[in-house]
Design a protein around this ligand. Structure first.
Ligand SMILES: Cc1ncc(COP(=O)(O)O)c(C=O)c1O
Ligand SMILES: NCC(=O)CCC(=O)O
Length: 424
């Protein structure tokens, strides 16, 4: 069976042949691949073609695919039951790890995805403050919750979907959208609407307009102004949790948010999300408080074991320095290859995540990231895929490294990328 045959079958059964829009390769063109299996930093499609993987399931797999310890812990759990609908021992173990690792989190509620985490965090912020406005930043993506799809990044940016039919104006109107890194806009918005703002939600390092770092003082201003006006500061760390450091971006930048949204690495590849924060705020969540939020499969035992095993391994390995060095070497190597070919580009990188933008201008917000040459990105993506390198099928996403990407894999990837770029 070929990728094409299977995608044709898939398209008759599922919209676009996918379970999530970004998987359809729409913005980059070419044939989407259908995955057969993956191990470590490598992935194989149904035709048996091998890829060095820098998509890494969009972030969760910081230990690589099918890490032996994680797999053995998950297998052990599988035979003990896949869902109980009651609190289980493994949930408590993961909660303890999260609370001891993430500086601002004193209590945590597990959910099943990043979207559920941000949606629930917004509800909690509104319930806690009794206010309705939400401040978000252009090009940040916080999952597909109605009020957060406004001016969103990721697939919404990639597919150029303006707003989203199905989100009523009345709901979109409660979201105030500001440019990322624009502290003046933040301050003037608070001067005008401050008493009605429930929360600011931000990716402390943006990953969904491509990687964009917070400029100096940006996160500090968010912390100060929300505190001054009694609004809740929500860090969406769905990408950055356990990626920039064990304590995430809040530890990296030493900022103390009120609520943190988690996902991806938290579940180590299984469906799991969480939101957590100060006891003062989390005690408003039902049944302790009145803000309702629930889930049949929330805190699923298999997911929490997968997450627990992943975090244990991260705490044991402390791989952040090594990941940083390897990622730097890869990013610098790509830059050299592109320079040889005379292709203007900007690479934004932090730790083990980065984006190659096809523009010379510094990328500091959504407007500058949109100046990238997406047609060239499409060709770059397709050539890389052809030569066995899998990266996110969008200019507006992050590449991820894992501990399974060894030095020799980085060398091999750079050789493949060089060949791919030469034939651009
Ligand atoms: C920063 C951020 N928040 C939230 C989400 C939503 O998470 P999920 O796709 O698990 O619903 C994502 C990714 O999709 C994300 O990158
Ligand atoms: N950075 C954006 C995502 O991770 C989204 C993945 C998806 O929607 O399938």
């Amino acid at each position: 069976m070929t990728n094409r045959e299977l995608m044709e079958r898939a398209k008759k059964l599922m919209p676009g042949g996918v379970s999530s829009p970004v998987r359809a390769f729409k913005a980059v063109g070419g044939e989407p691949i259908v995955v057969r299996e993956a191990k470590g930093c490598r992935l194989w499609d149904v035709e048996g073609k091998e890829y060095i993987d820098f998509l890494m399931s969009w972030g969760p797999l910081i230990l690589g695919h099918a890490h032996p310890y994680v797999v053995s812990e998950v297998e052990r759990q599988l035979s003990r039951g896949m869902s109980y609908g009651l609190t289980c021992y493994e949930e408590i173990r993961l909660a303890e790890l999260v609370v001891s690792s993430v500086p601002s989190v004193e209590m945590v509620r597990f959910v099943s995805s990043g979207t559920e985490a941000t949606m629930s965090a917004i509800r909690l912020a509104r319930g806690y403050t009794g206010r309705k406005f939400v401040v978000k930043f252009e090009g940040c993506y916080h999952g597909h919750y109605d009020g957060l799809l406004v001016s969103a990044g990721s697939g919404v940016a990639t597919l150029g979907i303006p707003g989203t039919p199905g989100v009523p104006e009345e709901i979109a109107g409660l979201t105030l959208v500001l440019p990322y890194n624009d502290t003046d806009a933040v301050l003037s918005t608070f001067e005008r609407y401050g008493e009605d703002i429930a929360c600011v939600i931000v990716e402390p390092v943006a990953g969904n307009m491509g990687v964009v770092l917070p400029s100096e003082g940006f996160l500090e201003v968010l912390r100060e102004v929300t505190r001054k006006y009694g609004a809740v500061l929500i860090f969406d760390e769905v990408i950055t949790n356990f990626r920039l450091s064990v304590g995430g971006a809040q530890e990296y930048y030493a900022i103390d948010p009120d609520i943190t949204c988690m996902g991806k690495i938290l579940g180590g590849g299984m469906p799991l999300g969480a939101y957590g924060g100060k006891k003062e705020i989390m005690s408003h969540v039902a049944p302790e408080g009145k803000v309702y939020q629930a889930g049949t499969l929330s805190g699923n035992p298999v997911s929490v074991v997968c997450g627990r095993a992943t975090l244990e391994e991260l705490l044991r390995l402390k791989p952040y320095q090594l990941l940083e060095e390897r990622t730097r070497r890869l990013a610098e190597g790509i830059s050299t290859v592109l320079k040889e070919k005379g292709i203007p580009h900007t690479i934004n990188r932090i730790g083990s995540m980065f984006t190659v933008f096809f523009t010379e201008v510094p990328v500091t917000d959504y407007a500058s990231s949109r100046r990238s040459n997406t047609e060239l990105f499409g060709r770059f993506f397709r050539n890389l895929l052809h030569h066995g390198v899998l990266i996110p099928p969008s200019q507006f996403e992050a590449w991820f490294l894992s501990t399974a990407h060894r030095d020799e894999d980085i060398e091999e990837a750079l050789e493949r990328i060089q060949t791919a770029v030469r034939s651009l």
